[in-house]
Design a protein around this ligand. Structure first.
Ligand code: NAD
Length: 494
């Protein structure tokens, strides 16, 4: 086996040896009574690294009940008591960063250094929201002439979270940190391909003294376990990160029960490149972005709109850079780009290349499956397609290292092209003209616009999409924390 030859940390080996993994609910292992298991694979070698339990609907419902039962005690702590526990969790995650990063790297096909960055981001996000929650005034006096009036904010109860496979650990941090800091309990449903880091987190939380039932992880298939969580009437809020197709189902299910829902969905971001840029630097940044985690990044720039007079030079630079990208196993320190998550995703990426070409696009570089000697993983080559924006490969999210290029001549045309999409997550504009940069950044319809950068995040800078990219307020900001409190206005005559 290839895995046996990889140099795994002893702690990671010990963890994987615990397979098959039950879910983790109420501070203990929570097995599927059916005994059904789902294999989880190393995308870099195609080998099974562990198995996880596949819960059924009644088990999901029980997990939600357990999370609600843990709520009074957790929400009843003082803010300093709760913050103290969460800061201990942040410290423990930071201390175990190499272990979690290697588990994540192996389970999600993520370059190890990038996985370590994701773990640190979890830690930073948890600390950020704890710091914010410490400042929240839960009682605020209101102005109501003749009356004594105030609002009282309190957490909701058990909040549900469903996550995708591309940033399994980081997204858990973005999702649950504000919920926990505000005093809610959480039920996490990770993607079936990438549940291991969530299970590790739940065990770590138990070890450092997070009360039982505060952080619960339920594992299973989306269509069964995931759907059961969205249909449960006792969750107080739902947060879903994933595809728009499933997001619609989640929204419908929550709508039926009038459960508040936050949807963080896909994207088809544009990078608008004007002719006054440093072409080599801009090409480097965009090739870096599209090959980062093999293009499996919701906010990626996947439509590159290039001003016509630098188009040829820009393409030449991109081709040169793409040729140098070292594709390899995520745990190989020389690898720059790892595999895509599973064979289905591989087919999806290659299928869009075929469909794009059938629709009239030209493949100007790369494409197809890639081979990495010694590994039977899901590797694909980076690719550049070019053509008109009515092409399926320019309209639909591919979720792979495939950029679609088109030319523009004027600023108006560039804005119209950038907005020719159903999505609205994140775009970027590249120019040395500051006024134009700000104009275009504001004119592109999306939750996020970057100027001379792409994929830059900070705790405190709101992140989230509009239109087909999501709804419900986004993540990472002060407003996100406030979503995890409900408020009651109280009024009495003076
Ligand atoms: P997906 O929608 O297939 O699955 C996401 C999660 O939903 C998984 O945990 C899955 O088990 C679960 N699920 C599947 N069917 C379900 C159902 N019927 N009911 C309830 N849950 C169900 O998405 P994916 O393929 O895992 O992830 C890729 C997608 O996620 C892309 O579209 C990407 O852009 C998006 N994404 C968005 C963000 C963001 O912040 N906006 C971040 C990361 C990924």
């Amino acid at each position: 086996s290839v895995i046996a030859k990889l140099e795994l940390l002893p702690e990671v080996e010990a963890f994987l040896n615990k397979s098959p993994f039950a879910s983790f609910v109420g501070g203990k292992e929570f097995p599927a009574a059916s005994g059904k298991l789902i294999p989880t694979l190393d995308p870099g070698s195609g080998e099974t690294i562990a198995e996880i339990h596949d819960l059924d609907a009644s088990e999901i419902d029980r997990a939600v009940d357990i999370a609600n039962e843990a709520f009074p005690a957790w929400s009843g702590l003082t803010q300093p008591e709760r913050s103290q526990i969460l800061l201990q969790l942040a410290a423990a995650v930071e201390k175990h960063k190499p272990i979690i990063a290697q588990i994540e790297s192996l389970d999600a096909g993520k370059i190890q250094a990038q996985a370590a960055g994701d773990v640190q981001n979890f830690v930073d996000t948890l600390r950020y929201f704890v710091g914010l929650a410490d400042q929240v005034q839960t009682r605020t006096k209101l102005d109501s002439p003749g009356y004594d009036a105030w609002t009282y904010k309190q957490p909701w109860g058990a909040c549900a979270f469903i996550f995708p496979w591309n940033f399994p650990f980081l997204l858990i941090g973005w999702g649950i940190s504000p919920a926990l800091a505000a005093g809610n309990t959480v039920v996490i449903k990770p993607a079936e391909d990438t549940s291991l880091s969530a299970l590790y987190l739940a065990q770590l939380a138990k070890e450092i003294g997070v009360p039982d039932g505060v952080i619960n992880v339920v594992t299973g298939r989306g269509a069964t376990a995931g759907a059961a969580l969205t249909q449960n009437k006792n969750i107080k809020r739902m947060s879903f990160t994933g595809s728009p197709e499933v997001g619609q189902l989640v929204g419908e299910a929550c709508g039926r029960n009038l459960i508040p829902v936050k949807l963080e969905l896909g994207g088809k971001g544009a990078a608008v490149v004007f002719d006054d840029v440093d072409v080599a630097e801009t090409a480097k940044a965009l090739v870096g972005a599209i090959t980062f985690h093999s293009g499996q990044v919701c906010c990626d720039a996947t439509r590159w709109l290039i001003q016509e007079d630098i188009y040829d030079e820009f393409v030449a630079q991109c081709i040169k850079l793409m040729k140098d990208v070292k594709i390899g196993h995520p745990l190989d320190p020389n690898s720059q780009m790892g595999p895509v998550v599973n064979p289905k995703q591989c087919e999806r990426v290659l299928g869009y290349q075929t469909k794009g070409k059938a629709g009239g696009a030209e493949c100007i570089y790369g494409g197809g499956a890639a081979t990495v000697e010694g590994y039977e993983g899901n590797y694909v080559n980076p690719a550049l397609l070019a053509g008109t924006l009515d092409n399926v490969a320019a309209q639909e999210e591919i979720f792979g290292p495939v950029a679609y290029l088109a030319k523009f001549s004027t600023e108006e045309e560039a804005i119209a092209m950038a907005n020719d999409t159903q999505y609205g997550l994140a775009n970027s504009v590249w120019t040395t003209d500051n006024d134009r940069a700000a104009r275009v950044a504001e004119a592109m319809i999306a939750g996020n616009s970057w100027i001379n950068a792409h994929n830059v995040f900070a705790q405190g800078v709101p992140y989230g999409g509009v239109n087909k990219s999501g709804m419900g307020g986004g993540v990472l900001s002060v407003e996100t924390l406030m979503d995890y409190y409900r408020s009651t206005s109280v009024v009495r005559p003076l």
